[in-house]
Design a binder for this molecule. Structure first.
Ligand code: F6R
Length: 279
């Protein structure tokens, strides 16, 4: 069934098929998903609720920072990580987790946007996490930079200087985007300026008030940074994500579902709640 057509094909035709086996363990809700020839293995954890997803993810952060206190964390915005950030802040305030030696890089930022704008991802991160924990080194692409291309180059070199990302947190868009890597025929490896798709603009319009300007372009880490991350953690929650979750685990690598590339990464954990798992 698998085939790759010539390079001029429409991206929706560009896929090959990897057969999936699901191994259920006694510990209900915990699967490894692999293809027959072992080219990839994705750890999938199905939790009863969004709260459980966040708590499980927070355990992964706690273990990561215990193991490597100076971890470089890749962080995401949007609705999905809000509960995780709340849980991490709670654990920090109880002295259960320490971010003092860690540093972070966010996946993306609208462009152009003033970092102080309430809808900027810079603002979101301060409100939801950075103002509540003891991590002093954090970076977000600068939506106010005068030259977006120079900003992408600067951001890439900062990530490289930090030694790359140890644990990359991702959410998934309804169209399968990760970061703002939107469905496309090809993807830049490094940080780049991207035109947002109608689907993403529509999905994020809920954060903007009536008449408020909503940027239609963004700066995003490319697929290369996500791939070079030593571990990837993808969180998926809610019935609205059930379709894209199903597609993700069909085992086809489409370029029009960017998250599918994660199936080829050697260390990916996906935590979904039952609603997103279609249960
Ligand atoms: C955010 C990001 C996006 C979101 C995705 C899901 O930094 O990179 O890929 O993770 O759009 O957003 P929510 O969680 O709002 O459904």
């Amino acid at each position: 069934m698998g085939y790759i057509q010539n390079a001029n094909m429409k991206y929706s035709n560009f896929y090959f098929v990897l057969k999936l086996n699901l191994w259920y363990t006694e510990d209900c809700g915990f699967d490894y998903i692999t293809n027959e020839s072992g080219y990839f293995t994705v750890k999938k954890i199905v939790c009863d609720s969004y709260e459980d997803v966040c708590s499980y993810a927070a355990d992964i952060y706690a273990a990561q920072l215990k193991d490597k206190p100076d971890s470089v964390l890749g962080l995401a915005t949007g609705s999905t990580p809000v509960g995780l950030y709340k849980e991490l802040s709670r654990r920090y305030s109880k002295g259960e987790i320490d971010f003092s030696k860690a540093e972070s890089f966010n996946l993306d930022e609208y462009y152009p946007i003033d970092p102080k704008h309430p809808q900027s991802y810079d603002y979101f991160m301060r409100e939801n996490l950075f103002d509540k924990i003891n991590m002093s080194k954090f970076q977000i692409p600068n939506g106010g930079a005068p030259d977006p291309i120079a900003e992408c180059t600067r951001y890439d070199s900062e990530i490289d200087k930090a030694g790359g990302i140890d644990l990359m947190l991702l959410g998934i868009g309804l169209n399968g985007h990760i970061g703002f890597n939107e469905p496309a025929v090809s993807y830049p490896a490094g940080t780049y300026l991207v035109n947002l798709t109608e689907s993403s603009i529509e999905a994020n319009s809920r954060f903007f008030g009536p008449g408020e300007h909503q940027p239609v372009t963004a700066l995003t880490m490319g697929i290369g940074h996500i791939f070079k991350s030593r571990k990837v953690l993808l969180l998926i929650s809610g019935a609205a994500k059930a379709d894209i979750t199903k597609k993700l685990f069909e085992g086809k690598i489409h370029t029009d579902i960017p998250a599918c590339f994660l199936l080829l990464h050697p260390n990916v954990t996906v935590i979904v709640d039952k609603a997103a798992n279609g249960e």
